[in-house]
Design a binder for this molecule. Structure first.
Ligand code: AMP
Length: 299
């Protein structure tokens, strides 16, 4: 099993969905991604929180064997406020307070520099790029992003895409970034920049994996109870790279399995607010839902 480096946000989230509201709960792209990856591999977080970040959240991450040597503490924790209407596939941002992220200077622990699997989860693309530049010789790099950075740092994002193995995006972001309504065209444009694969997440409707010669479509899991989809994209990415690091097999067939594991963990995450569902999730439940995924797409 290989280790994973995860750079992203560790945050406080205030979220409103048609099914309830939570205030200043644990969130952040690195939090969800590493928690999800921890079912398969050993994540190492590179991020920053404020002095206001509770010890119990640190303990929660440590209990999952997530290494926090690269988690700096300074100022106030990054804060995001978002809401969803009945179309739960699209998060609407009410407020983003960068706080300590605004002056975050990367300090990469030496023990991180040799890690083979790197997940550049959603954060400022300049920090994603700097992380990559400080790694010795990563074997496999996956990146994610969101509309906030597509709008504010497009040029850095485009430079970064050229250097990664897999680009992860949701459907709206893919259309926005490549100025097209066709997801196939967006994927082709992304592949022409350099990545070996592009994954377009379509919320509850599943995910598409494109390589130069093939494409694969994973279904969404037909969930009856969705409470809060926040972090599903990050959980998807964390489980995807986690499974690949665990198996150390980067064939296209294995990437398809990793996409399904990504969809499985993301579907569990939507069942409750913050990390509440992940906290009780077991590997047995993940494997059972993985088998169900196989059954629902047979015809
Ligand atoms: P997801 O629902 O997977 O797209 O990600 C949700 C998480 O992203 C939340 O927990 C937020 O704290 C975090 N987040 C929101 N806005 C940003 C941003 N601009 N950069 C990085 N992380 C963000």
């Amino acid at each position: 099993m290989d280790k994973i480096l995860v750079i992203g946000t560790v945050a406080f989230d205030t979220i409103q969905t048609p099914f309830g509201k939570i205030e200043k709960a644990l969130g952040g792209s690195a939090t969800y991604a590493s928690y999800s990856a921890s079912f398969f591999s050993k994540p190492n977080i590179l991020s920053i929180v404020g002095n206001d970040f509770p010890k119990e959240y640190i303990e929660l991450l440590k209990k999952r064997q997530i290494n926090l040597d690269g988690l700096q503490v300074s100022g106030k924790t990054f804060f995001w406020e978002g809401f969803y209407e009945f179309d739960m596939n699209e998060a609407k941002t009410k407020k983003t307070e960068l706080n300590s992220l605004a002056d975050f200077k990367l300090k990469m622990p030496d023990s991180y520099k040799n890690i083979n699997y790197v997940f550049l989860a959603n954060i400022d693309p300049e920090l994603q790029l700097e992380t990559l530049n400080q790694m010795k010789k990563p074997k496999f790099v996956v990146m994610d992003t969101m509309n906030f950075w597509i709008t504010s740092k497009r040029k850095s994002l485009m430079d970064l895409i050229k250097k990664v193995d897999v680009l992860l995006l949701n459907d709206g972001e893919a259309r926005q970034l490549f100025s097209t309504i066709s997801l196939v065209k967006a994927a082709k444009s992304a592949l022409s920049l350099g990545p070996k694969a592009v994954i377009i997440k379509k919320g509850e409707h599943g995910a598409l994996l494109f390589t130069k010669d093939t494409h694969f479509s994973a279904p969404g899991y037909p969930l009856e109870e969705i409470k809060d989809p926040t972090g599903c994209g990050d959980c998807f990415g964390g489980a995807f790279i986690g499974y690949l690091a665990k198996t150390n097999d980067l064939s296209e067939a294995n990437m398809r399995r990793a996409v399904v594991y990504g969809s499985v963990v993301a579907s569990f995450n939507a069942e409750d607010f913050s990390l509440n569902r992940l906290k009780t999730l077991t590997m047995g439940e993940i494997e059972r839902r993985y088998e169900e995924f196989k059954e629902i797409r047979e015809f």
